[in-house]
Design a protein around this ligand. Structure first.
Ligand SMILES: NC(=O)c1ccc[n+]([C@@H]2O[C@H](COP(=O)([O-])OP(=O)(O)OC[C@H]3O[C@@H](n4cnc5c(N)ncnc54)[C@H](O)[C@@H]3O)[C@@H](O)[C@H]2O)c1
Length: 265
């Protein structure tokens, strides 16, 4: 028996990076998982590549194309999951974006793009998952992806930091509001994780003159990590599976830092 056997889970932003790893780790421990992402063709491939992994642990895998900030699409993703697995137990709001700009250059467009996905997408994901748990009359778990940028404001990524501080607030507000329905809301905060997001951020920081060579920004960002290295998605998934499991039932409203000791808060 895995820690999440027979649990029905949705992970957004699951076509690559941290989200894909979260979904795969859940499958390894027996869960049924809907891999959801705005990149439909890629997430379909990821689900297909995981069919054997799911079968091996006794679970099932499906996929959904979704823009997390579009309520109708989020509802359709939940309906598809419930039709396939019979219920929903755990919802990971993991999809996120970043687009660095120098503080004085940040535009309304940049702010709205980031806040829509990281902020509004998280709120809608929480609301629609909670409504499903309430309809089912079962307990439920919501797990949000925060960041070290939820605990400190960094230069060149101000809207991203604001959006990730927002994720902490939504986690706390949701935990308070949904406790009466036996729904818990938690989050986890990665530091620097080697994913394609960071490759893109690295390129963007060079473009705006905040770094001079590839890899420089990641090196500078990572200099304070007590563990002495950046994370891989595999460093994150022990905790995310714990947050999806019964072992974390008495936790709510909390953000778990998984940053190798980058920020001590
Ligand atoms: N990589 C890091 O160092 C790091 C650190 C802290 C927090 N995070 C957070 O972890 C999460 C995953 O990051 P990652 O590094 O795996 O990023 P990534 O860019 O590699 O993957 C993000 C995925 O989200 C999807 N996505 C983007 N917009 C979407 C939308 N509107 N609807 C649905 N899906 C959408 C993308 O298609 C992509 O597959 C994000 O919330 C990110 O902010 C990452």
């Amino acid at each position: 028996m895995g820690r999440v056997s027979d649990r029905s889970c949705i992970v957004t932003g699951a076509a690559r990076g941290i989200g894909r790893a979260i979904g795969e780790a859940l499958l390894d421990e027996g869960a049924d998982v809907c891999f959801a992402d705005i990149n439909g063709p890629l997430v379909e491939q990821v689900a297909a590549a995981n069919a054997e992994r799911a079968a091996k642990a006794g679970g099932k895998v499906i996929w959904a194309a979704v823009d997390v900030a579009n309520r109708d699409q989020v509802r359709a993703m939940i309906d598809k999951t419930v039709a396939a697995f019979g219920k929903l137990d755990v919802k990971f709001n993991n999809a996120g974006v970043n687009k660095p700009m120098n503080f004085l250059d940040v535009t309304e467009e940049n702010w709205n793009f980031i806040m829509r996905i990281n902020g509004l997408g998280c709120l809608i994901g929480m609301q629609e998952a909670a409504k499903q748990f309430i309809r089912q009359k079962t307990p439920g778990k919501i797990v949000n992806t925060a960041s070290v940028a939820s605990r400190q404001g960094f230069d060149n990524v101000a809207p991203y930091c604001a959006s990730k501080w927002g994720v902490v607030s939504l986690t706390q507000s949701g935990a308070r509001d949904l406790a009466k329905h036996d729904i818990t809301v938690t989050g986890f905060a990665p530091g620097v994780v080697a994913t394609e997001m960071w490759e893109e951020v690295d390129r963007d920081l060079m473009e705006i003159g905040a770094a001079q060579r590839p890899g420089q920004a990641m090196e500078e960002f990572s200099a304070e990590i007590l563990k002495g290295r950046v994370a891989t998605p595999a460093d994150i998934t022990g905790t995310t599976t714990f947050l999806a499991s019964k072992d974390s039932d008495y936790m709510t409203g909390q953000i778990v830092m998984i940053d190798g000791g980058m920020t001590l808060v």
